[in-house]
Design a protein around this ligand. Structure first.
Ligand code: ADP
Ligand code: MG
Length: 257
């Protein structure tokens, strides 16, 4: 069995400028690359998942109807936008000698009416790439659905599924805010049984096409119910925090589990 240390979801809110179409946030991407490059990936096994941000969500909004993407052209265009983002991330990480290896989510996952088909996840290439010393990366993207054309499979869900399979120490969500916020401020800790109550009191701006911060919390809830140990939501745009988390130190953020 292949295990990993961390699955890190690079939030679209962090690595892109979510309010501006097709706009990468190069400064944040470079900073993340610099921090990851400090670690020996043969020793610390990491899988990256990236969000669609101003690439995926921007195009997906045009074609989504009740959660489905029925137009073949829409599917192709969303893929194209995510391929552009994949290329930008790849080129940036390669500058720092990170052996990033992007794997196509529609080759790993199949849906049936929006849910992952039982036993249909094909994660062996991710496991094999880890064993090879690569830094596998999978993005939220359009994935085929046997009932209804195709759907968006969120980076948050992909991160949850991979983290369970590889039994990671922590499932880490990097965003552009300090963690889960309520009107009383940052929640430093949420216990497993408190997530549903937290969902009821969330404030903030409306979510992206995959449910925003509430969608993220729901994935974390499922992750913990399925036996996951710990999820962390933190601000990956603040320099040094990722390094600390990967070194085993506690940071400002929301620890869930
Ligand atoms: N209660 C909340 N706590 C934290 N973030 C929130 C909250 N409500 C809305 N947000 C917004 O959710 C964003 C993070 O969710 P999302 O846009 O899905 O990020 P990502 O692109 O990382 O998946 C933050 O940029 C923040 O502005
Ligand atoms: Mg999101």
């Amino acid at each position: 069995m292949v295990r990993a240390d961390f699955v890190i979801k690079l939030g679209g809110s962090a690595i892109t400028n979510k309010d501006s179409p097709l706009s990468p946030n190069m400064e944040v991407m470079e900073q993340i690359a610099r921090e990851l490059a400090k670690f020996d990936l043969k020793e610390k096994k990491i899988v990256l998942v990236y969000g669609g941000g101003s690439f995926g969500h921007f195009i997906a909004k045009r074609y989504l109807s009740k959660g489905a993407v029925l137009s073949p052209k829409g599917c192709a265009e969303i893929r194209a936008a995510m391929l552009s983002l994949a290329k930008i991330i790849t080129d940036t990480f390669l500058k720092y000698d990170l052996p990033i290896f992007v794997i196509n989510p529609s080759s790993c996952f199949l849906l049936k009416d929006g849910e992952i088909e039982p036993n249909s996840s094909f994660l062996i290439p991710i496991e094999r790439s880890l064993q090879t010393g690569l830094l596998p990366a999978v993005g939220g993207d359009v994935v085929l659905d046997s009932v209804n054309g195709a759907r968006i499979l969120s980076g948050d869900r992909i991160a949850r599924l991979i983290a369970r399979r590889l039994e990671v120490k922590a499932l880490i969500f990097g965003t552009d805010v300090d963690g889960i916020l309520t009107d009383k401020g940052l929640l430093r800790r949420i216990k497993k049984g408190e997530i549903k109550r937290t969902l009821a009191v969330l404030g903030g701006r409306p979510g992206d096409v995959t449910g925003g911060i509430a969608g993220k919390l729901r994935e974390i809830d499922s992750y913990l119910s399925e036996g996951g140990r710990l999820a962390i939501v933190f601000n990956i745009t603040r320099p040094g925090l990722l390094t600390k988390i990967l070194s085993g130190d506690e940071v400002i953020g929301t620890y869930i589990g």
